[in-house]
Design a protein around this ligand. Sequence first.
Ligand SMILES: [Fe+2]
Length: 407
Amino acid sequence: MSVILTRGRVPRTPHTEFYSEPEVLALEEIHGSLGFSGDWSRKYHYRKYPTQIIRDPHRLPLDLRPQPLPPLPLQPWHLRTGRLKPHGDVVSGRVPLVYGSNTLVSAARFERSCPADRFFRNGDGHELWFVQEGRGLLASEYGVVPFHAGHYVVVPKGTTYRVELESEDCWLLVVESRFPIHFAPHYLNKSGQATLMAPVVETEVDVPEFRPPRDEEGEFRVWTKHGGGFMTEMLLGHHPFDLIGWEGALYPFAYHTDDQHPLARRIHTAPPTRQTFESGSAPHSGFAVCTFKGQIEGWHPRDVPAPYAHFNADSDEVMFFSNTSYGARKGIVEPGSFTVHPGGLPHSPHGRAAKASFAERGKLSDYLAVMLDTFFEPLSVAKQAMPVADKDYPTSWNRDTQGISAA
Ligand SMILES: [Fe+2]
């Protein structure tokens, strides 16, 4: 992220003598990305390095790898994530939905906080969450980031964190990318600052609230995800949230979709207008994430608010419907529906949805959906998602639904 923060105490000159307290040398660590060339943060540990594990690492039985399906015909998918049963915590509660060579998307419906002595670190991917339901605290070495329904939360790869639930359960869409995740570059200037025509404003980004260092001894488990879904436990003899200070541009943050300021046009706009995040080197790798947030629909006297039939041959497109106000697929989708449209197939609004959408012309809509389009990365549907797959989806465009005929 382009906003560089300083929290707690840090020396003015990097990598120079600096003390947590008299006679206790602070120990410096760089949390970097893109081989010391991307975003980074400098952290100062109170008295111990994060490498000081007190027992040999051991593999846990938890296996979060997406399982492949047997070869199937090319088809669109509809996965009803709201029908998954809440279980586990923010790590063990993940159910893989789709996966590719650089991207994994899971749904996490979970009901427990992480235990106080257990922490998670994703060694595979940078994470982007969309919070569908629930509220809680993302606690990390950088501080705490509160979140609730409607938030995006970005957690850089390698961040050590745990989640404390403040609601009975929680429902997240979790995107993992091999590449860093940042705001859409076409809305940033050359310095990385959001331009004055961007839907995003930096002052509305929720950055970590710093907490005093935990200079504590004990046994603290750090679970690290690796190899696409394996989990290894490292045991530290000191609390991992022991920073006396940090500075840099790589840290977790939240951004609420209510703070997305959509840009309206007299006629329909294509998705890059609605883009919030990007990962990788578009348009060659990674993905774009767009926020379909209610806005004034086109006010041209003959505007068609429903989208056109479309496909991007170089992208697989997935869409998470937070609510069902998105007219294009009314009667087919439910809250938490996750559709998968492979690049080789066009998809479209439902039958007569285009005509029905005339009534929305010039009005404020209230839909909320999150779309992810990969670049040159085919996605496969995971076997774990099959219990909530809509088997009738491929022919759904040819069916009558609530008040909208297919004919
Ligand atoms: Fe689409």
